[in-house]
Design a protein around this ligand. Structure first.
Ligand SMILES: [Fe+2]
Length: 206
């Protein structure tokens, strides 16, 4: 190797990591700049990614509401609710990933950071402190109801625009999972005697 070339390589190869780097974004939020060969027009991908980011922000907020509930729950049903809330938290984590990756594959940019999610979500902000179990569950159910309503409209719109992949994802991965979670939550708000039946006389008479 010539001396000059050896000196040049010596100066460009360095064991020092190049830390503290910053640069301009490679894609702005709210755009669908890179088009994969999906046979979906840009206006469709733009509308779908915008709607999916709303769904993402709400699902990320619901995910965090589950963890808050998991940590802060109190009372005689502590153990079962502590476990149920964490199971549903794990399920939201999976749903969040599916939604975010759908946004990226459609050419969009997924929301990711808590501050951006907080500015975007439509779910009511809970207090920092602890709340009673019925309030915790009601908050979770309200959040689910809002997301489910959005899912139904979004699935229909995706179908109208010919975006079958988004329609299928919204129905199969988001809507159906949330319907099941609503059932598991709602049954905890049924007034039910634990030891004595409410009207033992009816049973004795039959
Ligand atoms: Fe835990």
């Amino acid at each position: 190797m010539p001396k000059k070339e050896a000196a040049r390589r010596q100066s460009s190869i360095n064991a020092q990591p190049r830390i503290h780097q910053r640069a301009a974004e490679i894609q702005a939020y709210g755009t669908v700049s890179h088009a994969l060969p999906l046979d979906l027009e840009e206006p469709t991908r733009l509308e779908m990614t915008e709607q999916l980011n709303l769904l993402l922000a709400d699902t990320m907020t619901l995910r965090d509401l589950y963890k808050k509930s998991h940590w802060q729950v109190a009372g005689p049903t502590f153990y079962q609710l502590h476990l149920l809330f964490d199971k549903h938290y794990d399920e939201q984590v999976e749903i969040v990933d599916v939604i975010a990756e759908r946004i990226q594959l459609l050419g969009g940019v997924s929301l990711a950071m808590a501050a951006d999610v907080a500015e975007t979500t439509r779910i009511e902000r809970p207090p920092r402190g602890r709340e009673e179990v019925p309030v915790q569950i009601s908050r979770l159910l309200d959040a689910h109801q809002m997301i489910i309503g959005h899912c139904r409209k979004l699935a229909e719109r995706a179908s109208d625009l010919g975006d079958d992949g988004t329609n299928d994802m919204v129905v199969s991965d988001v809507l159906r999972a949330k319907e099941l979670q609503v059932w598991f939550l709602s049954e905890n708000l049924v007034e039910m005697p634990l030891v004595h039946a409410q009207d033992p006389g009816i049973r004795q008479a039959s």
